[in-house]
Design a binder for this molecule. Structure first.
Ligand SMILES: Nc1ncnc2c1ncn2[C@@H]1O[C@H](COP(=O)(O)OP(=O)(O)O)[C@@H](O)[C@H]1O
Ligand SMILES: [Mg+2]
Length: 335
């Protein structure tokens, strides 16, 4: 029996040249407040695309407009060439949706959650029973097929929500904060599954406020804050554009960090033989530490030591997307 797919019955643009998603000047207002305030981006087919930003940035609102569950106040949107507001059912048939809050049916078994969800797409039950077992294997939940949802751990529930979202073989999988609230091991298991989907060619659109998640999973991302895009690009490009190669983190003790910042700036910009090698850019003062942005953080530390300054602790690391966010907004991603 040929495998029926929800996609085959969708509009004939399947496989066409248009991008997976195109959003132009997207706005969503609640009263006078703009939760999304003029966002534009394009997601290519097969790409893993991220919306990175702190709580309240407008990520979920954007996802809901893509998923045809929220209307937009202004702007244009196309998903696989179709406007979600005009072609809601067709767009939903092509999408898999993993909402920020799991909305599994706690009363049903793990397998039945997938089967029931597939029924909404009009897929036959007999097909769904086979499909569910295939998806549970993919989600590493085969042993839990007959368990009730309430007996699952947080990570398992998340994997089940992903498995369920794949039941209609979507072209695009939307994941709103896929690993928020999970412990590190559960996050890694989930990332591994998302890598697989990427390898299979599924287009992934995910939101996160974890910069490590964005760095791990996203080919390209937009940094969002207060409903607008602050920057966009691949993680390495964003870091190259908005930060230095390395960062030196120093702790001088809570009250002394700020006062040390000025002194160290002078040490690092002082033109002697070593200044060029350090490639010093700027200092950020955080409540508990100083972050010194430099191309060569180890060389910066040597200069600081040579000038007689003795931090309590020092750490040399590569720049991350967290540094990009801090540079662009003056704030940390997680507060
Ligand atoms: N239904 C709503 N009514 C009023 N304000 C909302 C509603 N949904 C979201 N908001 C507000 O819009 C902003 C963006 O929310 P959201 O898109 O959930 O952000 P994020 O997912 O990035 O944390 C927040 O300030 C939030 O309080
Ligand atoms: Mg959200």
């Amino acid at each position: 029996m040929p495998v029926p797919s929800a996609l085959e019955s969708a509009a004939p643009t399947h496989g066409g040249p248009e991008p997976a998603i195109r959003a132009v000047d997207l706005v969503k207002k609640y009263g006078d407040f703009a939760a999304v305030d003029g966002i534009s981006f394009t997601v290519s087919r097969g790409e893993a695309f991220g919306l990175l930003g702190p709580n309240g940035a407008g990520k979920s609102t954007t996802m809901r407009m893509i998923a045809a569950v929220a209307s937009r106040t202004a702007g244009q949107m196309q998903v696989a060439g179709l406007d979600p507001e005009q072609h809601g059912p067709e767009v939903r048939a092509r999408l898999g949706v993993v909402p920020q809050q799991d909305n599994l049916d706690e009363e049903l078994t793990v397998r039945e959650n997938i089967v029931m969800y597939g029924r909404y797409f009009g897929l036959p039950r007999r097909y769904l029973l086979t499909k569910a077992d295939e998806l549970l294997e993919f989600a590493q939940l085969s042993a839990k097929a007959n368990s009730r949802v309430e007996d699952l751990s947080g990570g398992m529930k998340r994997r089940l929500t992903i498995a369920r979202a794949l039941v209609n073989e979507p072209e695009v999988l939307l994941l709103d904060e896929p690993t928020t609230g999970l412990d590190p091991q559960a996050r890694h298991v989930l990332w591994d599954r998302l890598f697989r989907l990427k390898e299979f060619g599924t287009t992934l659109v995910l939101t996160t406020h974890h910069m490590d998640e964005a760095e791990q999973l996203c080919d390209r991302l937009v940094v969002v804050d207060h409903g607008t895009i602050m920057a966009q690009g691949s993680p390495p490009n964003l870091i190259r554009q908005h930060s230095t190669r390395e960062v030196l983190e120093l702790r001088f003790g809570t009250d002394r960090n700020a006062e040390q910042a000025e002194t160290l700036k002078q040490v690092l910009t002082h033109t002697d033989a070593g200044a060029g090698e350090v490639g010093f850019s700027h200092v950020e003062v955080l409540p508990d530490r100083l972050m010194i942005y430099a191309e060569q953080a180890e060389a910066a530390l040597e200069k600081i030591h040579a000038a007689g300054h003795k931090p309590m602790t020092s750490l040399v690391r590569r720049s991350s997307l967290e540094d990009v966010f801090l540079r662009l907004t003056g704030r940390s991603l997680i507060d």
